[in-house]
Design a protein around this ligand. Structure first.
Ligand code: F3S
Length: 281
C-alpha cells in the first residue's frame, strides 16, 4: 500500500463525545449511574460502561421506578415528559442532550405554541425524532420519504414549520421541503441538519473517490455509519464495513495502492486508532 489516509472527521462528533465523557465523569463520582437509553450506538462502549456499573434504563416505566442516583440523558435527547418524571422522582439529572438537538426542542415548542404544525423530516423510529415529537404538543407529522410528503394532506390554511433530524441527508430534506412547499401552506423551514454529519459524509465521499479501497468503521446498528458506508461504496467498489479490527482482512488491503479510513459518529477513538495502526504495518 502506498497511501493510507484517515479522515479528519472520523469518529465521535462533538455531541457524542460530550455525552460519553459525561458518563465517565459520573462514574468517577461513585454515585449510582443510569443512562436513559444506550448512550451511543456502539456495543464496545456500552459493554465497557456496563462493566463499570452503569445501568441502562430502557423504558419510561423503568424510569418511574428509580428512587435515587444520577440519570444521564444521551445526546439524542428525550421528550419533555421524561424531564418531568426525573424531576418528580428526585433523581440527579445530567443532561447530555446535544445542544443542537436542544435547539430543535426549543424551536418546535415555540412554534407549536404559536399554532404551527411541525413537520419533522427524519426516521420515525429514531430516538432523536421520538424525542423531538415530545416537544410538539401533539401537533406534528414525521415524514420519512418523498412518498410521505406527497400524501401529506392538512387543510391549506395550516401554518407549518419544517425541521430535520440532525443526521439525515440534506438532499432528502430538500426534496421533502420542495414537495411540501408546492402545497400552498404558510411554511417556515429551519434546516436543523448538523454540520458534523455533512462534513463527515462529504469527506468520506471525496476520500472514497480518491482511494482504491475504503474502510468504514462503526457499529452495525449505527445509522450514520451505514450511511457513510453507502456513500463510500457508491464511489469506491472496494468498501469494507467493519466494527473493529477483527473484521478486517489485512491481506486484502495489501493489493490496493491507496486506502482511506473513516468512521461513524459513535465509533470510539481507540478502535479507529487500532485499525489505522494495523493498516500502517
Ligand atoms: Fe450533535 Fe451533530 Fe453529533 S447534532 S450529537 S454534534 S451529529
Amino acid at each position: 500500500m502506498e497511501k493510507l489516509v484517515l479522515a479528519d472527521t472520523a469518529g465521535f462528533c462533538f455531541g457524542v463525545k460530550r455525552a460519553v465523557d459525561a458518563v465517565y465523569d459520573e462514574i468517577k463520582k461513585g454515585d449510582k449511574v443510569y443512562t436513559y437509553g444506550p448512550i451511543i450506538h456502539n456495543d464496545e462502549v456500552i459493554k465497557d460502561l456496563t462493566d463499570k456499573g452503569v445501568h441502562l434504563i430502557k423504558t419510561e416505566e423503568e424510569l418511574k421506578t428509580l428512587g435515587e442516583g444520577t440519570i444521564i440523558i444521551r445526546s439524542h435527547g428525550v421528550p419533555e415528559k421524561i424531564y418531568d418524571i426525573i424531576k418528580s422522582n428526585n433523581l440527579n439529572l445530567v443532561d447530555a442532550t446535544c445542544p443542537f438537538v436542544l435547539k430543535i426542542h426549543k424551536t418546535v415548542k415555540e412554534q407549536t405554541e404559536q399554532g404551527r404544525h411541525i413537520i419533522i423530516v427524519g426516521s420515525k423510529s429514531h430516538p432523536e425524532v421520538q424525542g423531538i415529537t415530545g416537544w410538539c404538543l401533539n401537533n406534528y407529522t414525521v415524514l420519512e420519504t418523498k412518498e410521505d410528503a406527497e400524501t401529506f394532506d392538512l387543510p391549506v390554511d395550516t401554518d407549518i414549520c419544517i425541521v430535520a433530524q440532525t443526521t439525515i441527508n440534506y438532499n432528502n430534506f430538500q426534496d421533502i421541503v420542495e414537495i411540501i412547499s408546492k402545497k400552498g401552506y404558510d411554511i417556515i423551514v429551519i434546516n436543523t441538519i448538523c454540520n458534523a454529519t455533512k462534513e463527515r459524509q462529504t469527506e468520506a465521499k471525496t476520500l472514497a473517490k480518491a482511494s482504491d479501497a475504503m474502510i468504514v468503521i462503526g457499529d452495525r446498528h449505527s445509522s450514520n455509519t451505514q450511511k457513510l458506508y453507502e456513500i463510500s461504496k457508491a464511489e469506491c467498489e472496494n468498501t469494507y464495513y467493519i466494527q473493529t479490527l477483527k473484521d478486517l482482512d489485512l491481506n486484502i488491503l495489501k493489493s490496493f495502492r491507496s486506502v482511506g479510513i473513516t468512521a461513524g459518529a459513535s465509533t470510539p477513538n481507540n478502535i479507529i486508532k487500532e485499525v489505522h495502526t494495523a493498516c500502517q504495518k
